[in-house]
Ligand binder design. Sequence first.
Ligand code: SF4
Length: 381
Amino acid sequence: MHVLRFTRAHLRPSISLLQSSSSFSSYSSSAAAVEAERAIRDGPRNDWTRPEIKSIYDSPLLDLLFHGAQVHRHAHNFREVQQCTLLSVKTGGCSEDCSYCPQSSRYSTGVKAQRLMNKDAVLQAAQKAKEAGSTRFCMGAAWRDTVGRKTNFNQILEYVKEIRDMGMEVCCTLGMLEKQQAIELKKAGLTAYNHNLDTSREYYPNIITTRSYDERLETLQFVREAGINVCSGGIIGLGEAEEDRVGLLHTLATLPTHPESVPINALLAVKGTPLEDQKPVEIWEMVRMIATARIVMPKAMVRLSAGRVRFSVPEQALCFLAGANSIFTGDKLLTTPNNDFNADQQMFKLLGLIPKAPSFDEDEAKIFEAENREQAVSGSG
Ligand code: SF4
């Protein structure tokens, strides 16, 4: 897999760039500039203070964008963007009260409760996603947790094994997990488990009352201890203050190990949910969030997730520049609309992006990358 590492060779151009710009005092003195330089020099850290992250977040926007891009280029291949597909394998009827979610049984959103999809349907969807260029297949189930769902959980384990055997990374988001279940998912070959923190600890009770922030963190801990990659991020546009966005990033960036994957979602307000009247997130808010996440968690995959459908190609390009390196492709993101597949492929060509290989098998990944680079080069002109 072609991933740029933090090496002295990569470090030099950036530091000299920063030094050469040091005569521009307002430019070089932003927290984004200082912390990006430190991230490039020293690599990831998890002893961030909240004021430090707030200072980065509050840096002048274009400066933050620029330095997010710098860190991104030192930690990743800036042309690579992973395409993931998220399938709702068990939709609706959820007992939780997440106030942004149309799948909660507490809200009248028109989403009908369904049973767990059968194996053939799930595997077909995974195959289709693979053929369309996805390298990660995520299965989402609208459950509070998996406790007491032995039959369904065993089915999920089977799906994980089969999809992993297809050569894809496999991710699940099934609600809260117990320690033993995390271990079983690992044994089945699960690459990553998604469990978002959603927002800051302080704002969280305004959004969800049926499970606590600490319960969420406990699931992340079980996932980490089982040796599964952690995928955890949040949603902006829930009515939270900017301080809450900083709080979310601070919690993620001070976990003992940074999540390998940090989805940044923009709320897509759904009629019938308590947040139906929230005003849409602006692109500048996304750019600020993505660039800050990139600087404080340099090695994480930062995923431009829900809400992307509202952003134009130039707006998405700013997000990639700021440090996002993954998107969800496919018609739907669980139950909400997603970007058109062909439009995404055209965007890749236009921006010179290349699909990122799955990251579990070096040889397989190299072949995948070589094939796709050829295609992208011939397509991007
Ligand atoms: S976000 Fe997940 S846990 Fe919350 S209501 Fe929706 S499906 Fe249930």
